[in-house]
Design a protein around this ligand. Structure first.
Ligand SMILES: Cc1ncc(COP(=O)(O)O)c(C=O)c1O
Length: 395
Protein backbone atom coordinates (compact mmCIF):
# COMPACT_ATOMS: atom_id res chain seq x y z
CA UNK A 1 0.00 0.00 0.00
CA UNK A 2 0.97 3.63 -0.44
CA UNK A 3 2.63 4.44 2.93
CA UNK A 4 1.25 8.00 2.76
CA UNK A 5 -2.27 6.60 3.34
CA UNK A 6 -1.22 5.90 6.91
CA UNK A 7 -0.61 9.64 7.42
CA UNK A 8 -4.26 10.54 6.80
CA UNK A 9 -6.26 11.60 9.85
CA UNK A 10 -9.76 10.26 10.43
CA UNK A 11 -12.37 12.62 9.02
CA UNK A 12 -14.11 14.85 11.67
CA UNK A 13 -17.39 12.92 11.31
CA UNK A 14 -15.59 9.66 12.05
CA UNK A 15 -14.13 11.21 15.23
CA UNK A 16 -17.59 12.45 16.20
CA UNK A 17 -18.98 8.95 15.76
CA UNK A 18 -16.42 7.68 18.25
CA UNK A 19 -17.08 10.60 20.65
CA UNK A 20 -20.82 9.89 20.66
CA UNK A 21 -20.59 6.10 20.73
CA UNK A 22 -22.69 4.72 23.58
CA UNK A 23 -24.71 7.92 24.16
CA UNK A 24 -28.45 7.48 23.85
CA UNK A 25 -29.93 10.52 22.07
CA UNK A 26 -32.74 12.37 23.86
CA UNK A 27 -36.21 11.26 22.85
CA UNK A 28 -36.88 14.28 20.60
CA UNK A 29 -36.84 14.86 16.86
CA UNK A 30 -33.26 14.90 15.70
CA UNK A 31 -31.85 18.16 14.35
CA UNK A 32 -28.54 18.02 12.50
CA UNK A 33 -26.48 21.21 12.58
CA UNK A 34 -23.39 19.18 11.88
CA UNK A 35 -23.02 18.48 8.16
CA UNK A 36 -22.57 21.44 5.81
CA UNK A 37 -25.06 20.01 3.34
CA UNK A 38 -27.60 22.56 2.03
CA UNK A 39 -31.18 21.48 2.65
CA UNK A 40 -33.02 24.12 0.61
CA UNK A 41 -34.71 22.69 -2.48
CA UNK A 42 -32.68 22.33 -5.68
CA UNK A 43 -33.93 24.69 -8.43
CA UNK A 44 -36.56 22.91 -10.55
CA UNK A 45 -35.26 24.38 -13.83
CA UNK A 46 -31.86 22.77 -13.19
CA UNK A 47 -33.48 19.40 -12.54
CA UNK A 48 -35.46 19.82 -15.78
CA UNK A 49 -32.26 20.66 -17.68
CA UNK A 50 -30.65 17.52 -16.27
CA UNK A 51 -33.57 15.36 -17.38
CA UNK A 52 -33.66 16.96 -20.85
CA UNK A 53 -30.05 15.99 -21.47
CA UNK A 54 -30.18 12.49 -19.99
CA UNK A 55 -29.32 10.84 -23.30
CA UNK A 56 -26.02 12.69 -23.11
CA UNK A 57 -24.83 9.64 -21.19
CA UNK A 58 -24.58 7.88 -24.55
CA UNK A 59 -21.36 9.82 -25.23
CA UNK A 60 -18.03 10.08 -23.45
CA UNK A 61 -17.68 13.60 -22.08
CA UNK A 62 -14.64 15.75 -22.75
CA UNK A 63 -12.47 16.54 -19.72
CA UNK A 64 -12.19 20.15 -20.86
CA UNK A 65 -15.96 20.53 -20.69
CA UNK A 66 -18.46 21.57 -23.35
CA UNK A 67 -18.31 25.01 -24.93
CA UNK A 68 -21.76 25.63 -23.49
CA UNK A 69 -20.53 25.04 -19.94
CA UNK A 70 -17.24 26.90 -20.23
CA UNK A 71 -19.01 29.83 -21.87
CA UNK A 72 -21.63 29.95 -19.14
CA UNK A 73 -18.99 29.84 -16.38
CA UNK A 74 -16.87 32.51 -18.11
CA UNK A 75 -19.87 34.84 -18.36
CA UNK A 76 -20.76 34.27 -14.70
CA UNK A 77 -17.18 34.87 -13.54
CA UNK A 78 -16.84 38.00 -15.62
CA UNK A 79 -20.06 39.52 -14.30
CA UNK A 80 -19.66 38.47 -10.69
CA UNK A 81 -16.01 39.51 -10.31
CA UNK A 82 -15.82 42.43 -12.79
CA UNK A 83 -13.37 40.65 -15.11
CA UNK A 84 -13.15 41.03 -18.87
CA UNK A 85 -12.02 38.80 -21.70
CA UNK A 86 -14.77 36.21 -21.56
CA UNK A 87 -13.35 34.48 -24.65
CA UNK A 88 -9.93 33.84 -23.13
CA UNK A 89 -11.43 32.67 -19.86
CA UNK A 90 -13.66 30.24 -21.66
CA UNK A 91 -10.93 29.01 -24.03
CA UNK A 92 -8.04 28.37 -21.68
CA UNK A 93 -8.57 29.58 -18.12
CA UNK A 94 -11.45 27.39 -16.92
CA UNK A 95 -11.96 23.67 -16.27
CA UNK A 96 -15.12 22.01 -14.97
CA UNK A 97 -14.61 19.81 -11.89
CA UNK A 98 -16.83 17.36 -10.05
CA UNK A 99 -17.28 19.59 -7.02
CA UNK A 100 -14.54 21.59 -5.36
CA UNK A 101 -13.59 18.80 -2.97
CA UNK A 102 -12.35 16.61 -5.77
CA UNK A 103 -10.47 19.49 -7.38
CA UNK A 104 -8.94 20.83 -4.15
CA UNK A 105 -7.50 17.36 -3.71
CA UNK A 106 -6.41 16.83 -7.30
CA UNK A 107 -4.70 20.19 -7.74
CA UNK A 108 -2.16 19.28 -5.07
CA UNK A 109 -1.28 16.08 -6.95
CA UNK A 110 -0.75 18.13 -10.09
CA UNK A 111 1.14 21.15 -8.76
CA UNK A 112 3.28 19.92 -5.87
CA UNK A 113 6.88 18.75 -6.29
CA UNK A 114 7.67 16.05 -3.75
CA UNK A 115 11.33 16.07 -4.74
CA UNK A 116 11.87 19.74 -3.85
CA UNK A 117 13.86 20.74 -0.76
CA UNK A 118 10.98 22.79 0.64
CA UNK A 119 7.75 20.89 0.57
CA UNK A 120 5.55 23.11 2.72
CA UNK A 121 1.90 23.72 1.91
CA UNK A 122 0.32 26.52 3.94
CA UNK A 123 -3.29 26.04 4.98
CA UNK A 124 -5.75 27.53 7.49
CA UNK A 125 -6.37 26.05 10.92
CA UNK A 126 -9.22 25.20 11.60
CA UNK A 127 -9.88 24.08 8.07
CA UNK A 128 -11.50 21.86 5.48
CA UNK A 129 -9.57 18.65 6.00
CA UNK A 130 -9.18 17.85 2.32
CA UNK A 131 -6.31 20.40 2.11
CA UNK A 132 -4.31 18.33 4.56
CA UNK A 133 -5.01 14.92 2.99
CA UNK A 134 -4.23 16.26 -0.48
CA UNK A 135 -0.89 17.60 0.73
CA UNK A 136 0.10 14.40 2.51
CA UNK A 137 -0.79 12.19 -0.44
CA UNK A 138 1.27 14.47 -2.69
CA UNK A 139 4.31 13.79 -0.47
CA UNK A 140 4.40 17.30 0.99
CA UNK A 141 4.03 18.87 4.42
CA UNK A 142 0.97 20.69 5.83
CA UNK A 143 1.94 23.90 7.63
CA UNK A 144 -0.90 25.64 9.43
CA UNK A 145 -1.71 29.29 9.83
CA UNK A 146 -4.13 29.98 12.61
CA UNK A 147 -7.51 31.50 11.80
CA UNK A 148 -9.18 33.93 14.16
CA UNK A 149 -12.43 35.81 13.64
CA UNK A 150 -11.07 38.46 11.26
CA UNK A 151 -9.04 36.39 8.82
CA UNK A 152 -7.13 39.42 7.48
CA UNK A 153 -4.82 39.64 10.48
CA UNK A 154 -4.02 35.94 10.22
CA UNK A 155 -2.78 36.24 6.64
CA UNK A 156 -0.85 39.40 7.45
CA UNK A 157 0.90 37.60 10.34
CA UNK A 158 2.49 35.00 8.01
CA UNK A 159 6.23 35.61 7.74
CA UNK A 160 8.36 35.89 4.59
CA UNK A 161 10.26 32.85 5.77
CA UNK A 162 7.03 30.83 5.77
CA UNK A 163 6.09 32.13 2.33
CA UNK A 164 9.57 31.33 1.02
CA UNK A 165 9.34 27.63 1.83
CA UNK A 166 5.77 27.32 0.57
CA UNK A 167 4.87 25.63 -2.74
CA UNK A 168 1.11 26.00 -2.48
CA UNK A 169 -1.13 28.18 -0.34
CA UNK A 170 -4.67 27.05 0.49
CA UNK A 171 -7.01 29.91 1.17
CA UNK A 172 -10.61 29.45 2.25
CA UNK A 173 -12.47 32.66 1.47
CA UNK A 174 -15.17 33.04 2.75
CA UNK A 175 -13.89 30.84 5.54
CA UNK A 176 -15.30 27.58 6.80
CA UNK A 177 -15.94 27.52 9.76
CA UNK A 178 -15.56 31.21 10.68
CA UNK A 179 -17.51 32.75 7.78
CA UNK A 180 -15.04 35.63 7.66
CA UNK A 181 -14.33 37.34 4.36
CA UNK A 182 -10.88 38.62 3.41
CA UNK A 183 -10.38 42.20 2.25
CA UNK A 184 -9.10 43.11 -1.21
CA UNK A 185 -6.01 44.55 0.51
CA UNK A 186 -5.17 41.19 2.11
CA UNK A 187 -5.68 39.33 -1.16
CA UNK A 188 -3.40 41.83 -2.92
CA UNK A 189 -0.76 41.30 -0.22
CA UNK A 190 -0.99 37.54 -0.72
CA UNK A 191 -0.70 37.76 -4.51
CA UNK A 192 2.39 39.97 -4.14
CA UNK A 193 3.92 37.40 -1.78
CA UNK A 194 3.08 34.58 -4.20
CA UNK A 195 4.92 36.38 -7.00
CA UNK A 196 7.89 37.24 -4.83
CA UNK A 197 8.27 33.80 -3.25
CA UNK A 198 7.02 31.70 -6.14
CA UNK A 199 4.06 29.73 -4.85
CA UNK A 200 0.56 29.06 -6.15
CA UNK A 201 -2.57 30.31 -4.42
CA UNK A 202 -5.53 27.93 -4.36
CA UNK A 203 -8.52 29.98 -3.27
CA UNK A 204 -11.46 27.87 -2.16
CA UNK A 205 -14.38 30.23 -2.82
CA UNK A 206 -17.21 27.70 -2.62
CA UNK A 207 -19.14 29.87 -0.10
CA UNK A 208 -18.70 33.12 -2.05
CA UNK A 209 -22.37 33.37 -3.05
CA UNK A 210 -23.82 32.68 0.41
CA UNK A 211 -23.19 36.13 1.85
CA UNK A 212 -25.25 38.34 4.18
CA UNK A 213 -27.14 41.09 2.39
CA UNK A 214 -25.81 43.46 5.06
CA UNK A 215 -22.17 42.54 4.24
CA UNK A 216 -22.38 42.51 0.42
CA UNK A 217 -20.68 40.19 -2.07
CA UNK A 218 -17.16 39.06 -1.08
CA UNK A 219 -14.32 40.03 -3.39
CA UNK A 220 -12.58 37.13 -5.13
CA UNK A 221 -8.93 36.34 -5.82
CA UNK A 222 -9.21 36.75 -9.60
CA UNK A 223 -10.99 40.06 -9.14
CA UNK A 224 -8.09 41.40 -7.08
CA UNK A 225 -5.49 39.95 -9.48
CA UNK A 226 -7.30 41.72 -12.31
CA UNK A 227 -7.30 45.10 -10.55
CA UNK A 228 -3.55 44.66 -9.93
CA UNK A 229 -2.99 44.28 -13.68
CA UNK A 230 -2.34 40.55 -13.32
CA UNK A 231 -4.91 39.84 -16.03
CA UNK A 232 -3.42 36.41 -16.76
CA UNK A 233 -4.07 35.51 -13.10
CA UNK A 234 -0.48 34.31 -12.78
CA UNK A 235 -0.19 31.84 -9.85
CA UNK A 236 -3.83 32.39 -8.89
CA UNK A 237 -6.53 29.71 -8.99
CA UNK A 238 -10.11 29.94 -7.74
CA UNK A 239 -12.44 27.05 -6.95
CA UNK A 240 -16.22 27.47 -7.21
CA UNK A 241 -19.13 25.13 -6.80
CA UNK A 242 -22.87 24.78 -7.34
CA UNK A 243 -23.21 22.76 -4.12
CA UNK A 244 -23.85 25.68 -1.76
CA UNK A 245 -24.74 28.40 -4.29
CA UNK A 246 -27.53 26.44 -5.93
CA UNK A 247 -28.36 23.72 -3.37
CA UNK A 248 -26.95 21.01 -5.62
CA UNK A 249 -24.44 19.13 -3.46
CA UNK A 250 -25.26 15.82 -5.13
CA UNK A 251 -24.78 17.12 -8.66
CA UNK A 252 -21.01 17.27 -8.04
CA UNK A 253 -20.40 20.30 -10.15
CA UNK A 254 -17.93 23.13 -9.86
CA UNK A 255 -15.05 24.67 -11.73
CA UNK A 256 -11.52 25.94 -11.34
CA UNK A 257 -10.35 29.12 -13.05
CA UNK A 258 -7.16 31.14 -13.29
CA UNK A 259 -3.55 30.78 -14.45
CA UNK A 260 -3.71 29.07 -17.84
CA UNK A 261 -0.28 27.44 -17.50
CA UNK A 262 -1.60 25.52 -14.48
CA UNK A 263 -4.98 24.86 -16.09
CA UNK A 264 -3.18 23.30 -19.05
CA UNK A 265 -1.19 20.93 -16.82
CA UNK A 266 -4.25 20.20 -14.72
CA UNK A 267 -6.14 19.22 -17.86
CA UNK A 268 -3.34 16.78 -18.70
CA UNK A 269 -3.47 15.38 -15.17
CA UNK A 270 -7.26 15.05 -15.29
CA UNK A 271 -7.21 13.30 -18.65
CA UNK A 272 -5.24 10.49 -17.03
CA UNK A 273 -7.16 10.64 -13.79
CA UNK A 274 -10.41 10.17 -15.74
CA UNK A 275 -12.60 12.66 -13.96
CA UNK A 276 -14.62 14.31 -16.69
CA UNK A 277 -18.10 15.60 -15.87
CA UNK A 278 -21.13 13.65 -17.19
CA UNK A 279 -22.81 15.41 -20.16
CA UNK A 280 -26.24 15.88 -18.48
CA UNK A 281 -24.45 17.43 -15.48
CA UNK A 282 -22.50 19.75 -17.79
CA UNK A 283 -25.70 20.97 -19.42
CA UNK A 284 -27.61 21.42 -16.13
CA UNK A 285 -24.62 23.26 -14.66
CA UNK A 286 -24.44 25.63 -17.61
CA UNK A 287 -28.10 26.50 -16.97
CA UNK A 288 -27.56 26.92 -13.21
CA UNK A 289 -24.65 29.37 -13.63
CA UNK A 290 -26.90 31.56 -15.80
CA UNK A 291 -29.48 32.27 -13.12
CA UNK A 292 -29.11 34.54 -10.09
CA UNK A 293 -32.71 34.66 -8.87
CA UNK A 294 -32.56 31.34 -7.07
CA UNK A 295 -29.24 32.32 -5.48
CA UNK A 296 -30.75 35.56 -4.20
CA UNK A 297 -33.66 33.60 -2.67
CA UNK A 298 -31.18 31.23 -1.10
CA UNK A 299 -29.28 34.11 0.53
CA UNK A 300 -32.52 35.58 1.86
CA UNK A 301 -33.45 32.26 3.46
CA UNK A 302 -30.09 32.12 5.27
CA UNK A 303 -30.36 35.77 6.33
CA UNK A 304 -33.74 35.02 7.92
CA UNK A 305 -32.25 32.17 9.88
CA UNK A 306 -29.38 34.31 11.23
CA UNK A 307 -31.84 37.04 12.21
CA UNK A 308 -34.03 34.57 14.10
CA UNK A 309 -31.35 32.45 15.75
CA UNK A 310 -28.70 34.96 16.82
CA UNK A 311 -30.78 36.91 19.37
CA UNK A 312 -31.55 33.59 21.11
CA UNK A 313 -27.96 32.38 21.26
CA UNK A 314 -26.37 35.69 22.22
CA UNK A 315 -27.72 35.41 25.75
CA UNK A 316 -25.65 32.30 26.51
CA UNK A 317 -22.60 32.33 24.24
CA UNK A 318 -20.20 34.64 22.44
CA UNK A 319 -21.38 34.50 18.86
CA UNK A 320 -21.25 36.80 15.86
CA UNK A 321 -23.06 37.03 12.58
CA UNK A 322 -20.55 35.96 9.91
CA UNK A 323 -20.28 37.95 6.67
CA UNK A 324 -20.74 34.81 4.60
CA UNK A 325 -21.28 31.04 4.62
CA UNK A 326 -24.05 29.27 6.50
CA UNK A 327 -22.28 28.45 9.77
CA UNK A 328 -22.15 29.88 13.25
CA UNK A 329 -18.86 29.55 15.12
CA UNK A 330 -19.62 30.50 18.72
CA UNK A 331 -17.09 30.24 21.51
CA UNK A 332 -18.47 28.28 24.43
CA UNK A 333 -18.11 28.68 28.17
CA UNK A 334 -17.57 24.86 28.31
CA UNK A 335 -15.44 22.24 26.54
CA UNK A 336 -16.53 21.71 22.92
CA UNK A 337 -16.44 17.90 23.03
CA UNK A 338 -18.48 17.55 26.22
CA UNK A 339 -20.94 20.12 24.89
CA UNK A 340 -21.33 18.04 21.71
CA UNK A 341 -22.08 14.98 23.85
CA UNK A 342 -24.60 16.90 26.00
CA UNK A 343 -26.39 18.27 22.96
CA UNK A 344 -27.04 14.74 21.76
CA UNK A 345 -27.86 13.27 25.13
CA UNK A 346 -30.25 16.00 26.32
CA UNK A 347 -31.58 17.52 23.08
CA UNK A 348 -30.79 15.19 20.16
CA UNK A 349 -29.04 17.97 18.25
CA UNK A 350 -25.88 17.15 16.28
CA UNK A 351 -23.07 19.75 16.27
CA UNK A 352 -19.37 19.64 15.36
CA UNK A 353 -16.79 20.26 18.10
CA UNK A 354 -14.42 22.97 16.89
CA UNK A 355 -11.33 21.09 18.02
CA UNK A 356 -12.16 18.35 15.46
CA UNK A 357 -11.83 20.89 12.66
CA UNK A 358 -8.42 22.11 13.82
CA UNK A 359 -4.95 20.82 14.55
CA UNK A 360 -2.91 21.40 17.66
CA UNK A 361 0.12 23.58 16.91
CA UNK A 362 2.55 24.47 19.73
CA UNK A 363 0.06 23.11 22.25
CA UNK A 364 -2.88 25.16 20.94
CA UNK A 365 -5.82 23.99 18.88
CA UNK A 366 -7.50 27.18 17.61
CA UNK A 367 -10.80 25.31 17.12
CA UNK A 368 -11.04 24.24 20.76
CA UNK A 369 -13.80 25.88 22.77
CA UNK A 370 -15.92 26.46 19.65
CA UNK A 371 -18.66 24.49 17.98
CA UNK A 372 -19.67 24.69 14.35
CA UNK A 373 -23.39 25.02 13.75
CA UNK A 374 -24.62 24.69 10.15
CA UNK A 375 -27.86 26.60 9.65
CA UNK A 376 -28.92 24.30 6.85
CA UNK A 377 -32.23 23.04 8.22
CA UNK A 378 -35.48 24.95 7.66
CA UNK A 379 -36.08 28.14 9.66
CA UNK A 380 -38.40 26.55 12.26
CA UNK A 381 -35.98 23.73 12.89
CA UNK A 382 -33.06 26.18 13.30
CA UNK A 383 -35.06 28.17 15.85
CA UNK A 384 -35.99 24.98 17.69
CA UNK A 385 -32.30 23.95 17.70
CA UNK A 386 -31.28 27.36 19.09
CA UNK A 387 -33.73 26.98 22.01
CA UNK A 388 -32.32 23.53 22.70
CA UNK A 389 -28.72 24.86 22.64
CA UNK A 390 -29.68 27.56 25.12
CA UNK A 391 -31.31 25.06 27.44
CA UNK A 392 -28.19 22.83 27.50
CA UNK A 393 -25.93 25.79 28.25
CA UNK A 394 -28.28 27.03 30.97
CA UNK A 395 -28.06 23.64 32.65
C1 LIG B 1 -14.52 24.86 2.68
C2 LIG B 1 -15.11 23.85 1.77
N1 LIG B 1 -14.51 23.63 0.59
C3 LIG B 1 -14.98 22.72 -0.28
C4 LIG B 1 -16.11 21.97 0.01
C5 LIG B 1 -16.56 20.94 -0.98
O1 LIG B 1 -17.72 21.28 -1.63
P1 LIG B 1 -18.15 20.63 -3.00
O2 LIG B 1 -17.18 19.52 -3.30
O3 LIG B 1 -19.51 20.15 -2.79
O4 LIG B 1 -18.04 21.72 -4.03
C6 LIG B 1 -16.77 22.16 1.22
C7 LIG B 1 -17.96 21.35 1.56
O5 LIG B 1 -18.51 21.36 2.61
C8 LIG B 1 -16.26 23.13 2.12
O6 LIG B 1 -16.84 23.36 3.31
Amino acid sequence: MNPELALLQPYPFEKIRVLLDGITPADKTRIALSVGEPKHAAPQFVLDALAEKLRGVENYPSTRGSEELRGSIATWLTQRFSLNNVEKLSASQILPVNGTREALFAIAQCVLDRTAKSRDVLMPNPFYQIYEGATLLAGCKPVFYSISASGDEDINAITDEQFQSCQLFYLCNPGNPTGSVLSAKTLKHLIEKAHRHQFYIVSDECYSEIYRASAGAPVGLLEVAHTMGNTDYKQCLVFHSLSKRSNLPGLRSGFIAGDESVIEQFLLYRTYHGCSMAPPVQHASAIAWQDELHVEANRQAYDEKYDAVLPLLESVMKVEKPDAGFYLWPSLPVEDTSFTQSMLEHQNVAVVPGSYLGREVAGVNPGAGHVRLALVAELDECIDAAHRLVSVLER
